[in-house]
Design a protein around this ligand. Structure first.
Ligand SMILES: CC(C)(COP(=O)(O)OP(=O)(O)OC[C@H]1O[C@@H](n2cnc3c(N)ncnc32)[C@H](O)[C@@H]1OP(=O)(O)O)[C@@H](O)C(=O)NCCC(=O)NCCS
Length: 208
């Protein structure tokens, strides 16, 4: 397998064996985000930078998906006001990236991706897929996209935190080859990481 440039964007092959991310992504960068085409999804996926007035939509989705998990994990200490303040800060900050996800064929809002670029890693703060789109490969494609970003930005790891009681998400990450490297007891949260192989180790030298 090899990487190659296509006229309309960059096409990448993910070939790390047995990590569930064997897929070819075509990623086109746009002024306000990305368009991703993947063979295991019927429509292009658009990532569009979130604006502040869209923050309530993200809060509502996150509360719906995570309220019981976070309250149980934090033993009542979780505060949605703090979370929402952090989200709004991230949306306007240069350091964080908060993208809404749209399934282009239908123009449906399908969730969001929030990450931060750190020195040697991409830290995934949050990935949230709307219930209607769960179990349809979208999560896996977005994780492959993060690995693609880490590769092109010369980061060595993708890292994230997941509550131990969020069994579905934990299972999802472990299946994609993430390993636990730490545990934050007060939030019942495992810190997971996946090492990102540089292109040349994974595919041979770049041809573009
Ligand atoms: C966790 C999450 C991001 C996964 O994304 P997704 O789009 O639903 O997952 P995918 O469709 O890409 O599926 C990936 C794997 O999960 C498995 N999966 C899908 N639906 C599942 C379900 N209902 N129960 C258990 N596993 C399931 C699939 O079998 C697939 O594995 P496979 O390809 O080997 O069959 C998404 O479900 C989500 O947003 N959940 C709610 C919010 C959340 O917990 N976010 C993570 C916070 S850390």
């Amino acid at each position: 397998m090899s990487s190659r440039r296509q006229a309309e964007g960059m096409s990448l092959l993910f070939s790390s064996e047995n990590d569930g991310l064997d897929m070819e992504l075509n990623v086109q960068e746009q002024f306000d985000g990305y368009v991703i085409t993947a063979p295991n999804f019927s429509s292009p996926i658009r990532l569009r930078r979130t604006s502040l007035n869209e923050a309530p939509l993200l809060l509502e989705l996150t509360k719906r998906q995570m309220d019981s998990v976070l309250k149980e994990a934090w033993k009542g200490g979780f505060d949605w006001d703090d979370w929402y303040r952090d989200l709004k800060r991230a949306i306007i900050s240069q350091e964080a990236s908060v993208y809404q996800i749209y399934v282009m064929r239908s123009n449906f809002f399908a969730g969001y991706l929030w990450y931060i670029e750190e020195k040697d890693s991409i830290w995934l703060t949050s990935i949230m897929i709307d219930e209607h789109w769960q179990g349809k490969n979208l999560g896996k494609i977005l994780m492959a996209f993060l690995i693609y970003l880490a590769r092109i930005r010369d980061k060595r790891f993708v890292r994230l935190g997941v509550q131990r009681n969020n069994t579905r998400a934990l299972h999802f990450y472990l299946k994609l080859g993430f390993i636990a490297i730490d545990f934050v007891k007060y939030a019942n949260t495992l810190i997971l990481e996946k090492e990102v192989l540089p292109f040349y180790q994974n595919h041979g030298p770049l041809s573009w």
